[in-house]
Design a protein around this ligand. Structure first.
Ligand SMILES: [Zn+2]
Length: 139
């Protein structure tokens, strides 16, 4: 079986949101900066007042790798699969590490539009991304 989330005090909101189909990222109450992965203070200003906010789930592939070998039996049926950094539309440089699913790995490209989907593992869910028809973020 694939690993399931192991929430701690800092990440519990993230996994609870995923289980309910929401992609949550911490937003700094002081400066508005979005931080991921979750931390106890703002990566930009250091404030400790951070609130989870729901993302649109839309973004672009920032970089990726195709995994062709694994030593974890739980992932053998998935090989080859794509591990990617996805840049969310909400903020430049806001990156999430996730799998790109529902596409042949060879067809994944940098800059490709993707949208969040949730892979359920028992009672938990893991945010992943799949190709999206949504246009790029307006800048
Ligand atoms: Zn801040």
């Amino acid at each position: 079986m694939k690993p399931t989330p192991a929430p701690d005090d800092v990440t519990a909101f993230y996994w609870r949101g995923a289980a309910e189909g929401e992609l949550l990222v911490l937003r700094c109450a002081a400066c508005g900066y979005l931080s991921h992965p979750p931390d106890v203070s703002c990566a930009r200003c250091g404030a400790v007042a951070l609130d989870p906010v729901e993302m649109s789930g839309l973004g672009s592939v920032y970089s990726f790798a195709i995994v062709r070998q694994t030593y974890d039996p739980a992932f053998l049926p998935e090989v080859p699969y794509v591990v990617a950094l996805v840049e969310l539309d909400e903020q430049p440089g806001l990156l999430l590490l996730a799998n790109i699913v529902e596409i042949e790995p060879e067809l994944v490209e940098i800059g490709m539009r993707v949208e969040v989907t949730f892979e359920h593992r028992g009672d938990d869910a893991v945010p992943q991304f799949r190709p999206s028809e949504h246009a790029g973020a307006t800048s």
